[in-house]
Ligand binder design. Sequence first.
Ligand code: DX5
Ligand code: ZN
Length: 221
Amino acid sequence: MSSPHAALLAPSLLAGDHANLGASAHTVADHGLNWLHLDLMDGHFVPNLSFGPETLAALRRAGSKLFFDTHLMLSAPQHYVDAFAKAGANLISIHIEAACDHLATLRRIRELGCQAGIVLNPGTPATAIAGLLDQVDLVLVMTVQPGFGGQPFRRDMLPKLQQIDTWRRERALSFRLEVDGGIDLATAAECRTAGADTFVAGTSFFRAGDKPAFIRTLHGL
Ligand code: DX5
Ligand code: ZN
């Protein structure tokens, strides 16, 4: 493991209370965390729907100062990056599997003042993003098939993390390496050893009985 970054927890709002998302965001902030992972779904790229730009704007109007790590599971993310940036996103990630000009979209995200991320589904090899590593602030390796929280962790993604971490070190890049899906303290430890540093946790965080201990342990990895 050679990540240049300390371990960082990014709770996923997808596992929050959909009848009171503001309260779920408050829970994240009240525990001294900075990042909130927001999973945006269009019912086409993934067979589910979640939130929209207005959700981010409403959280901002309610006073949230969290860093909105915005994961676009959209078939045409290029049509939405402006709206999410305007609504309050701080980092916007797009999928390499989406049919768009990834480089142009990543550049647009940065022009909008947001950090840019690229995401890989489990079935997509690391080589698919090798040419974009110097254009991003974050690489997200999905450790489940996107669309739903609460799925089991895909251990076969560990070699992909190791490969991307190796390229990061060899090319002296400093993007964050994030994992998303089935992340708990045990699977986070495995991903940390493989080079991950940013951990999306929905189910395991919001169901944790002792959130301070969960946070301390994860941040100590
Ligand atoms: C899948 C979603 C989930 C969610 C976290 O599209 O991206 O991975 O963020 O899920 P769990 O509940 O497994 O942490
Ligand atoms: Zn996500």
